[in-house]
Ligand binder design. Structure first.
Ligand SMILES: Nc1ncnc2c1ncn2[C@@H]1O[C@H](COP(=O)(O)OP(=O)(O)OP(=O)(O)O)[C@@H](O)[C@H]1O
Length: 258
């Protein structure tokens, strides 16, 4: 057995998953630690399915997942993992008629944060997403981008060690996107963050590492500053624009290879 370099991060070993008889994840393996790892893949590549498996919502048909050191193949491991996990799914529900602070408090409590720690956690999470001054508002009164930020606050208020974000910047304007990107970078300073996205800018500007999924397999894994991201000529991109272009080219190259 190989020892993961990130025993307290997210370790996915040889994971397979099927919907009925259709295999969607094929022997997916990677290990990531603190920082932001971008997960890129075309529509239908299997990103959401992978996040559902990593979050323990779905059980893999093969392989193992370890979240913050907890092996999720056992009932106790899954229970411990859920307390160490924050998951922002692609489609999330907020309690529209409840205040922002009640939304975050309920989420923190339901993730197992002791009740006495909840008020402070709510303040910290709302401050982190820049919504503290709207704490008493009802969630249904927020704009789309603000709702997205509130949902992130709900996902991270219990201070999880591993955070899974499924397209957190989908459908938000460039200003809000930059705010969310900055927030994700801050989260990555304290936690292992896996960020699934179609927006290459989010990866080139905000991620340290990159995974590319093609047809349910990991087709590329590396640092965003790796020489391999620079393409066949091996030039290392030095600024965000060059890096975005290089990652886009890498994505197309790797996807075409299948
Ligand atoms: N509940 C389901 N039942 C059957 N097949 C499914 C189900 N959910 C997803 N699939 C299939 O699994 C494959 C992977 O889907 P998934 O949603 O994981 O991809 P994705 O990379 O997240 O796509 P997108 O970027 O469009 O969100 C697709 O072929 C999809 O049709």
């Amino acid at each position: 057995m190989t020892v993961s370099p990130f025993p307290n991060g997210l370790v996915c070993s040889d994971v397979s998953f099927r919907y009925g008889r259709t295999r969607v994840l094929h022997n997916v393996s990677f290990a990531i630690g603190r920082g932001v790892t971008g997960l890129l893949g075309a529509n239908g590549a299997g990103k959401t399915t992978l996040l559902n498996v990593l979050s323990t919502l779905k059980r893999p048909h093969g392989g193992t997942v370890s979240v913050a050191g907890h092996d999720v193949s056992t009932a106790q491991g899954r229970e411990d993992a859920r307390l160490s996990l924050g998951y922002l799914p692609q489609r999330f529900e907020l309690m529209g008629f409840s205040s922002l602070e009640d939304n975050v408090a309920y989420s923190a409590w339901s993730h197992g944060l002791p009740e006495r720690l909840v008020p402070r956690a709510v303040d910290d999470a709302l401050a982190a997403v820049d919504l503290l001054d709207r704490r008493a508002m009802r969630a249904r009164q927020l704009s789309g981008g603000q709702r997205q930020r509130l949902a992130i606050a709900c996902a991270v208020a219990h201070r999880p060690e591993v955070i899974l974000l499924d397209e957190p910047t989908a459908g938000v304007d460039p200003m809000q996107r930059a705010n969310i990107r900055e927030l994700v970078t801050r989260l990555g300073a304290q936690a292992t963050v896996l960020l699934s996205t179609h927006i290459i800018d989010d990866v080139s500007r905000g991620a340290d590492r990159l995974l590319i999924m093609v047809g349910g397999r990991i087709a590329f894994a590396g640092d965003v500053t790796d020489r391999s991201v620079g393409g066949p000529d091996g030039n290392v991109p030095v600024n965000d624009e060059d890096r975005t272009r290089a990652i886009e080219e890498l994505f197309l190259r790797v996807s075409a290879r299948g």
